[in-house]
Design a protein around this ligand. Structure first.
Ligand SMILES: [Zn+2]
Length: 154
């Protein structure tokens, strides 16, 4: 019952569930970067979860996020599930899927990369999924980011 109280339902919108505890703010950051700032977004942290111990939840009210908008959060929240809510009921549910290319979201670790200069070049990485996690490779300079991707968010 306590859980129900903490996670107030929304009437219409998107609930991003099963985010690893502590990652909600990074999910918000990614959603902000991709331009969802006009929606009412709230985060609930450290919610008890049977599967995960504790988890974070992000709610986006009044807006249904399309998979291509949300999939980028798979970079930092690979186990996240997306729930589309209409009239307080979950109407659609799917898991985030890692995109093969990430554009305009992560800063290249190479200071001399063309995406880090004043040129109007948007950062772009190809995404490789490996056993130990995600690896990003810059399409311009081939620099690889494989750890602490969160710290490289734009
Ligand atoms: Zn680069």
């Amino acid at each position: 019952m306590k859980k129900e109280l903490r996670v107030r339902p929304i009437k219409n919108g998107t609930v991003i569930d099963h985010i690893a505890a502590g990652q909600a703010l990074n999910v918000l950051k990614i959603l902000g970067i991709i331009g969802q700032t006009d929606a009412v977004i709230s985060a609930v942290t450290n919610v008890p979860s049977q599967a995960m111990g504790t988890k974070d939840i992000v709610k986006v009210e009044g807006r249904e996020l399309a998979p291509h908008e949300v999939d980028k959060i798979a970079l930092i929240a690979p186990s996240a599930t997306i729930n589309i809510v209409r009239e307080y009921k979950v109407k659609e549910k799917h898991k985030v899927a890692l995109p093969s290319v990430i554009e305009g979201l992560v800063r290249c670790a190479n200071p001399n990369c063309i995406s880090n200069t004043n040129e109007p070049v948007i950062s772009k990485f190809t995404v490789n999924k490996r056993e130990k996690g995600v690896q990003l490779r810059c399409v311009y300079c081939e620099r690889v980011i494989s750890e602490n991707i969160v710290e490289h968010l734009l």
